[in-house]
Design a protein around this ligand. Structure first.
Ligand code: BG6
Ligand code: MG
Length: 213
């Protein structure tokens, strides 16, 4: 078996938080009188909170101070976390849970590599708190995807070289980060057809094909 570890992005791979991100950014944009739609929201996939805010503010007709930007990001996050409060174990699909268990049964190390600072909160909500062998997230990195830092730290935490880890991603920025870090990548969802990916998954359980002997 080529791979000894799998590093999963969280949002859009393990569970779906897209709608909550959209609603929270939309609410902030509406308050500021800035145009925002789902297409712009798609550009925020895999991008850190502050870098996402810069994209949201691209359509503003004035510039804001750093203090104002910090306040906007904080206000978006407060609403986002309120919305995340609606999530529970039912938001972890049977397919994702069964596939994770099957990968673990094959002896693979399983880690999270996510840009989100809300990763521990989300994992707890969906019943996966403490499940992964390592969690590398927005709280322990200084460079956002497409920088490979979050995946390199995850690989280090599980004691494996990138050459024996597979990164699973739904964002183009995340596929790029994986490639930049020397990982094979499996692209799913929005990024499925990304030509830089090693594997193109129609469904989460297709990972089993990528780790077959
Ligand atoms: C990523 C999401 O997982 O986390 C992005 O795809 C989001 O859309 C980023 O901006 C940061 O999330 P958070 O929870 O730290 O604001
Ligand atoms: Mg994602």
């Amino acid at each position: 078996m080529k791979y000894q570890g799998i590093i999963f992005d969280l949002d859009g791979v393990i569970c779906s938080t897209d709608e909550y991100h959209y609603l929270a950014w939309k609410s902030l944009a509406d308050q500021l009188g800035i145009y925002f739609d789902r297409q712009i929201n798609n550009r925020l996939r895999g991008v850190s909170r502050m870098a996402s805010l810069e994209i949201v503010l691209e359509k503003a007709d004035k510039t804001y101070t750093q203090a104002e930007k910090d306040e906007f990001a904080e206000s978006k996050n407060t609403l986002y976390r309120q919305l995340l409060g609606q999530m529970g174990p039912a938001d972890l699909s049977d397919e994702v849970r069964d596939t994770l268990n099957a990968l673990r049964a094959k002896g693979l190390k399983l880690a999270i590599g996510s840009s989100s600072k809300n990763t521990p909160f989300i994992l707890d909500r969906i019943g996966l708190g403490g499940y992964f062998d390592a969690v590398s997230d927005g709280n322990n990195i200084t460079h956002s995807k497409p920088d490979p830092e979050v995946f390199l730290k995850a690989a280090q935490m599980i004691g494996l070289d990138p050459s024996v880890c597979l990164v699973v991603e739904d964002a183009h920025a995340g596929v790029e980060a994986g490639v930049n870090g020397g990982f094979d990548t499996a692209a799913i969802g929005d990024a499925r057809d990304d030509e830089r990916a090693t594997w193109h998954l129609n469904s989460f359980s297709d990972i089993m094909g990528a780790v077959a002997d």
